[in-house]
Design a protein around this ligand. Structure first.
Ligand SMILES: NC(=O)C1=CN([C@@H]2O[C@H](COP(=O)(O)OP(=O)(O)OC[C@H]3O[C@@H](n4cnc5c(N)ncnc54)[C@H](OP(=O)(O)O)[C@@H]3O)[C@@H](O)[C@H]2O)[C@H](O)CC1
Ligand code: K
Length: 718
């Protein structure tokens, strides 16, 4: 559908740039960036590669550009014999395999000679057999191969793909000799029309191995196929240490992610999996960075993180993360500050010491910190309350592939694997294994043949491995919401309602005006159904319906009703009770004619709550009425249709709140503090976390003071 076209146009043509003889990728980059306008370079994804051989003589650019300088291959004086030519081709191809795919080549001078010759050699199957066909060329100051054997093969047919040549007299003429030329007005025009052409050509049909659909669309059928197999956790892919590092390089190289971005996603995945009084113990590498990011998200989710970061990395990324946490007054604790027994002060310990680059045995101070986590297990044996250990990516100290070799390492309760679980995760026997890798594009999944689970809804993490048994009766949402305080609410409940209603609209909740209407007829038996609120003001809450419906009969017998609004996502609920009256005919009439004509006809057809012989009867009537009123004439409001207004007599505003762990019963098992939304949402289609709830409710009821009706606000026990 449209989305495919939209996503494919997102990608810029990707060129591998080959510099001139005895210069470098950096020098070519400087020249291109300086000389071509941003309007041109921004349309291209240019990747600059250094040639394989260090410069073996004097460079023409000495004194102009700094070394190092490189050369692609060597040649004799007549340019008829080449040395290291095959090695050069293998080197470029290898780079393209690891960092590709590329759409085209941009070459200057010796790089241009190569670029111009390679498509011909590739077409004959003589080189570049393992990479996609070169689709475009930009040749600046090039020349032909003079070695006859090579020239015959390379130039057996004219260049087939769109190419732009800066070599007089082909396309862009320039008087500046052997250099990257600036573009005059005509040159710029030619360049721009070339770019437009290749952009269209390249991206009207996406490259199969570089599908970027998964970034922004629903899981593809292919992903869904993978998902089916994931029912069995053994069928998930596990990565070796090398694969993990390679995928990282691909994400951060050709796929355009920055380490900051990935770390942000990783930390968010971790934070989304955990809660409560948290200590993040952060190591010197990116795993430590994930811990810092997770701590920040946890703070914003409403928890109380502390951080122990004994070996700070002086790079801007890390100092930025530290500053962000400091600005939130998140405490940084030194190893000395930490209590020997971590169980007293913390409910959750985030182990962010080492990830997939760990090797050997832990050096100080991490050896001691790891030991403190290990010793917490003794608490388990003595049945004391022990904090939950959540390891990011790898339980720190474990061998990345072999796991806990001596059996004396950390035994985390929860492991949050990133991208895909590493081999050591097979040895993880804790009850909670999550995957946070909702950023792996299909191209990477395909390349590494990764079977990855689908992520539910908008979740950043998904449970992998078997879910522990759950006591359904103990399920509670752990709400994290602003407090609901008497002094902060509006004096008039209608104003308070409108405020919360606006919040629900602003939060893009689906149908925030949906409410459960409960009525009870003569027999006193209550019944509820969802209806849509169509108006609210000081006089009350209005909805429209069929006056022959069950609710209408109930209301004529007993003109009292209760409305219930529930705004999931904001953890809020409002109950409104009061007496009900029909709205005036004029008001109903006015609203009726404001509805779409289809709905007006629908109201005529629908004899709510009566038995109909079949759907076809309704459809037939609908069709007939559509024809009858096809001339645009006024559709009369049926007599049996109109509105009701509930005049409120009682309001209750309820706000779900997060409770602190110390409020809980002492024997709660770890399930009560870990988010287990994933399994449960399958069952009840709700995001459910496990926790004890201490919700806040405020009730508004009418009172008379000095002969005046006022609303009295009272707190209700949770
Ligand atoms: N795509 C992703 O999945 C992403 C994952 N991220 C996270 O990054 C880590 C991998 O990060 P990396 O920086 O490569 O490595 P580590 O965090 O594992 O640690 C490297 C540092 O640890 C030191 N080290 C290694 N062994 C020891 C040891 N025995 N004792 C003490 N210190 C050790 C190492 O120092 P060296 O001098 O030994 O090299 C490094 O300083 C991954 O697991 C994820 O958690 C990214 O956040 C984003 C994308
Ligand atoms: K870790």
């Amino acid at each position: 559908m449209g989305s495919e076209a939209e996503t494919v146009t997102l990608r810029k043509p990707r060129f591998l740039c080959l510099h001139g003889f005895r210069t470098s990728g950096e020098i070519l980059k400087t020249q291109v960036t300086m000389k071509w306008p941003e309007s041109v370079t921004r349309k291209l994804d240019l990747v600059y590669l250094d040639a394989p051989f260090p410069c073996q003589g004097k460079s023409d650019v000495e004194g102009i550009f700094d070394p190092p300088y490189y050369e692609w291959f060597q040649f004799n004086k007549e340019f008829t014999e080449y040395t290291n030519f095959d090695e050069c081709l293998a080197y470029i191809e290898d780079y393209m395999i690891k960092n590709g795919p590329f759409d085209g080549l941009l070459g200057f001078s010796q790089g241009a000679i190569l670029s111009a010759g390679l498509p011909g050699l590739q077409a004959q199957g003589l080189t570049f057999t393992k990479v996609p066909k070169i689709k475009f060329l930009i040749i600046v100051g090039g020349a032909k191969f003079r070695a006859a054997s090579l020239a015959d093969k390379a130039y057996s047919t004219p260049i087939q793909c769109p190419s732009l040549h800066f070599l007089d007299p082909v396309v862009i003429h320039h008087p500046k000799g052997h250099t990257i030329p600036r573009l005059d007005e005509k040159g710029l025009q030619i360049m721009e029309s070339f770019l437009e052409r290749i952009q269209k050509m390249a991206f009207l049909t996406p490259i199969p191995s570089l599908s970027i659909r998964a970034f922004c669309t629903k899981p593809s059928a292919k992903m869904a196929d993978r998902a089916v197999q994931i029912q069995n956790p053994d069928s998930i892919s596990y990565l070796t240490q090398r694969e993990a590092a390679e995928i990282d390089e691909i994400l951060m190289g050709p796929l355009g992610f920055s380490v900051d971005q990935l770390m942000e996603l990783a930390g968010l995945s971790v934070a989304a999996s955990i809660a409560e009084r948290v200590l993040a113990i952060c190591g010197p590498g990116n795993n430590g960075g994930d811990g810092l990011v997770a701590a920040r998200h946890l703070y914003h989710f409403g928890y109380k993180p502390s951080v122990c970061y004994p070996k700070r990395t002086p790079k801007p990324l890390y100092s930025g993360l530290v500053t962000q946490l400091e600005s939130l007054s998140v405490p940084f604790l030194s190893v000395e500050d930490l209590p020997l027994d971590l169980s007293k002060d913390f409910d959750i310990l985030v182990d962010a010491m080492f990830g997939f680059s760990f090797h050997g045995i832990p050096r100080p101070p991490f050896d001691d910190l790891i030991q403190r986590l290990v010793s917490l297990r003794d608490h388990d044996q003595t049945h004391q309350k022990s904090p939950v250990i959540v390891s990011i990516d790898i339980p720190s100290g474990w061998h990345v592939e072999e796991g806990d070799i001596g059996g004396e390492g950390i035994k985390p309760d929860m492991l949050v694997s990133l991208t895909a679980p590493k081999l050591c995760a097979k040895k993880f026997c804790g009850p909670q294994h999550f995957l946070g890798g909702r950023f792996v594009p299909p191209s990477v999944a395909d390349k590494y043949k990764l079977r990855l689970p689908p992520y539910p809804g908008t979740s950043m993490c998904v449970r992998i491995g078997k879910a522990p048994k759950i006591d359904i009766s103990a399920l509670r949402e752990n709400y994290i919401s602003p407090e609901l305080l008497e002094e902060q609410v509006e004096a008039d409940p209608i104003d308070q309602f409108c405020k919360w209603f606006d919040d629900a609209v602003a939060a893009s909740l689906k149908e925030p005006n949906a409410m459960a209407l409960s009525t009870a007829g003569k027999d006193g038996k209550p019944s509820s159904r969802m209806v849509l609120l169509k108006g609210v003001d000081k006089d009350g809450f209005v909805w429209y319906t069929n006056y022959d419906s069950r609710k209408a009969h109930d209301l004529s017998d007993n003109p009292h009703a209760s409305l219930l609004f529930y705004w999931d996502g904001l953890n809020r609920q409002v109950r409104v009770e009061g007496s009900v009256q029909r709205v005036s005919d004029e008001e109903s009439e006015q609203y009726f004619h404001s509805r779409p004509r289809g709905s007006q006809i629908g109201a005529i057809v629908s004899k709510q709550s009566t038995v109909v012989p079949g759907r076809h009867v309704l459809l037939q009537q609908h069709k007939e009425l559509e024809e009858k009123f096809s001339d645009g004439s006024l559709i009369p409001k049926p007599k049996h249709w109109g509105g009701y207004r509930l005049k409120p007599e009682l309001f209750e505003f309820w706000q779900g709140q997060k409770s602190r762990l110390h409020d809980r019963a002492a024997d709660q098992n770890i399930l009560s503090i870990l988010r287990v939304d994933v399994i449960l949402c399958l069952v009840v289609n709700l995001v459910i976390k496990l926790n004890v709830m201490s919700d806040l409710s405020l009730q508004y009821s009418p009172h008379e003071i000095n002969g005046q009706q006022v609303w009295k606000i009272e707190r209700l026990a949770p």
